[in-house]
Design a protein around this ligand. Structure first.
Ligand code: PEP
Ligand code: MN
Length: 357
């Protein structure tokens, strides 16, 4: 892919090293949008204002966004603050509205639920054919790198070369600390496949709570992601969506002050950059291995109780032989060493038996 670097997307981004996008999860009222935008505009590093006007909600009857009314407010934001604006589009009608109001919208983004559906992505790509507007594509909810790349390719094929990705984490099937699992190995792999593709990290949707935002944002900068999208609301407690993860503009300013942006990271150079990326991949996988082991042990606890209640012995020879054989075949097919698999399984099994007795 021959992509336009993000600092060439717009003259206002020309001296930008790391792009910071901030704004509320949803545009709610004109006052909320303008008050938030004006306060955000006081933070020098923030160049782009985000606000969802069409909101994808898990259940109906939740706040579904103010719709095209919000475009008028964004026009005002641009006029009053000089910030660029970004909105989520999920249907060709949304695209059409945005293209009719180029005085309101500078950048479009595709939400995680939309990226997961190639039919919707294709419709959006077609609606944008030949249009010169930057598009940011969030990762799909499920950790499927090909699906993410597929969506980026569909826009690229439509002629969108001002293309970027947003890493917002992946839906956790098990209960974990974060609202969405970062799985850093996935954006890292995306970056190594497409080194010129800007990747913006969205620590708000990964964290789910404001308390983890700094940790996630700093990690993203440490592996040299190209920017951050941070949900910011003038009164987060009263927010109609994602209330727990939105910062106030003051908190956003403090966070940006605290984050280590360029010098230390850039100075370390490409080699340690790469090393940091490898380490992030390893860390992320280790934590996922541990989460899965903990889940396995939970189930072992349940099965232990069940066996006791039904007078079945904890150790079952045929089951154990089956486990060994099937896991050995599976692991060896993946390229793992036979003895390593055997030792690992024996270790896990020993702990499992202990847990059942
Ligand atoms: C959002 O940015 O507010 C949003 C709905 O995000 P996502 O598509 O990542 O869930
Ligand atoms: Mn949100």
């Amino acid at each position: 892919m021959k992509l336009t670097p993000i600092n060439k997307w717009h003259s206002q981004l020309s001296d930008t090293k790391k792009v910071i996008i901030a704004g509320p999860c949803s545009a709610e009222t004109k006052t909320q949008v303008l008050e938030t935008a004006k306060k955000i505009a006081e933070i020098e590093q923030v160049k782009i204002f985000r606000a969802g006007i069409w909101k994808p909600r898990t259940r109906p009857n939740n706040f579904e966004g103010v719709g095209k009314e919000g475009l008028k407010w964004l026009k005002e934001v641009k006029k009053e603050t000089n910030l660029l604006t970004a909105v989520e589009v999920a249907t060709p009608e949304h695209v059409e509205q945005c293209l009719l109001h180029t005085e309101s919208v500078d950048i479009l983004w595709i939400g995680a639920r939309t990226t997961a559906n190639p039919f919707s992505v294709q419709e959006l790509a077609e609606a944008l054919k030949g249009v010169d507007i930057p598009v940011l594509v969030k990762n799909p909810l499920n950790p499927d790198l090909s699906l993410w790349i597929g969506a980026l390719e569909r826009f690229y094929k439509s002629g969108i070369h001002k293309l970027g990705a947003i890493h917002r984490g992946f839906y956790p099937f098990e209960k974990v600390k974060f609202r969405n699992i970062p799985k850093w190995e996935i954006p890292i792999e995306l970056k190594s496949l497409y080194p010129t593709l800007p990747i913006i990290n969205d620590p708000s949707h990964i964290s789910g709570l404001t308390s983890y935002i700094e940790e996630i944002a700093q990690k993203a900068l440490a592996i040299n992601m190209d920017g951050l999208m941070i949900e910011t609301h003038c009164n987060p407690k009263e927010a109609l969506s994602d209330a727990k993860q939105q910062l106030t503009p003051i908190e956003l300013g403090n966070l940006i002050q605290k984050l280590k942006f360029t010098d230390e990271i850039v100075k370390t150079g490409e080699i340690s950059d790469r090393l940091e990326q490898y380490r992030e991949q390893i860390d992320s996988l280790d934590f996922q291995i541990l989460e899965l082991l903990a889940k396995r042990m939970d189930i072992i606890g349940d099965v232990g109780m069940f066996k006791k209640e039904n007078n079945i012995s904890a150790f079952q020879l045929t089951r154990w032989k089956n486990i060994m054989r099937s896991r050995k075949d599976f692991g060896m097919n993946l390229g793992l060493n036979e003895l390593f698999i055997k030792n690992l399984l024996q270790f896990i099994h020993k702990e499992s038996i202990l847990k059942q007795t």
